[in-house]
Design a binder for this molecule. Structure first.
Ligand code: GTP
Ligand code: MG
Length: 296
């Protein structure tokens, strides 16, 4: 996980540590670092901000050793991630009943699997989740959610194919209220994010459902595209948080940092495999520890 970014940053640190006495050479190396970061899925504006902040510290003579360099990078990256407040979708359940989440994302990113994983998280903590198949368009979409539901033993609410997804979601909420469900997890259609009909449909679902949270799922392996999707969905519908799926198979590493910095929304969870337990909280410290070498 994230090993290429770590390799790139480590190589930079080793090289830079040897030329700390020459500000000019160091500045050139930092400029090179910008492009290495971009190659590892760090969005352009993020790579630019990171290297500019580092240059500033160099100019202020605050980078005099390898240790300073690692500390500087660590602080810069943490501050880019920390200016966004996290949210806890487990704790929030206690504030609303039912607690409603609409999941968004383009096709194939891992949305349905992620919803099943989250339903399991809630169930394991003693809550009663309901999963809702609000994709009434794509053949197989409802069966997929039903399949996961039967695997994990969590109920699924589905409507008829061709019916209005917003109406299905609305009926699901009425159903959940009557039967005492704590959480309603709504799976939406995942056509391409450039599809304006889809945006209209998602807006309608949001209007009707009035979700407590709108969560975007992205596939880490799509790199910069994941960052673009985050930007697109945030502009079009507005999102509260992001889940990065397939982090287990992802080596470049720049996607989490880029998403948080570009759209100013937290990453709450990482998908780390195909099993139903393969999900974990995104932790800023852990992420930084993974992409930077040890400070020794
Ligand atoms: N390695 C890995 N695979 C994952 C992860 N999450 C999902 N997948 C796999 O990604 C594939 C697509 O997952 P789905 O959940 O069907 O994706 P979706 O976004 O619902 O796709 P559509 O409904 O077809 O648009 C499946 O083979 C999942 O097992 C993850 O965190 N890690
Ligand atoms: Mg799906």
């Amino acid at each position: 996980m994230f090993s290429k970014l770590r390799k790139a940053l480590s190589a930079f640190i080793e090289h830079a540590s040897r030329i700390l006495f020459s500000k000019k050479e160091l500045e050139e190396l930092i400029e090179e670092l910008k492009y290495t970061l971009i190659e590892n899925d760090v969005a352009y504006e993020v790579a630019e901000k990171l290297t500019e902040d580092l240059l500033l510290l160099v100019e202020e003579n605050r980078v005099r050793s390898r240790k300073d360099l690692i500390n500087a990078l660590r602080e810069i990256i943490i501050s880019m991630l920390k200016h966004v407040e996290g949210i806890d979708i487990i704790k929030e359940v206690n504030k609303h009943k039912p607690y409603k989440i609409v999941f968004l994302g383009v096709n194939g990113v891992g949305k349905t699997t992620t919803i099943a994983k989250i339903a399991v998280l809630y169930r394991d903590r003693g809550y009663k989740p309901l999963m809702v198949a609000a994709d009434t368009f794509r053949a197989g979409a409802q069966e997929q959610l039903r399949y996961h539901g039967s695997k994990v033993g969590i109920p699924v609410f589905a409507g008829k194919y061709g019916s209005d997804p917003a109406a299905v979601a609305f009926d699901a909420i009425v159903y959940a209220e009557k039967r005492g469900y704590d959480v309603v997890l709504i799976d939406t259609a995942g056509r391409m994010h450039t599809d304006m009909d889809l945006v209209a449909e998602l807006k309608k679902i949001v209007r009707v459902v009035k979700p407590h949270r709108k969560i975007l799922v992205v596939d880490a392996l799509t790199g910069n595209d994941a960052v673009e999707q985050a930007r697109f969905f945030n502009d079009a519908v507005g999102i509260d948080a992001v889940i990065v799926a397939k982090a287990d198979a992802y080596e470049q590493g720049g996607v989490p940092l880029s998403i948080v910095y570009t759209i100013n929304k937290p990453i709450i969870l990482l998908g780390i495999g195909q099993g139903y337990k393969d999900i974990k909280p995104f932790n800023i410290q852990e992420y930084v520890d993974k992409i930077l070498p040890v400070n020794a």
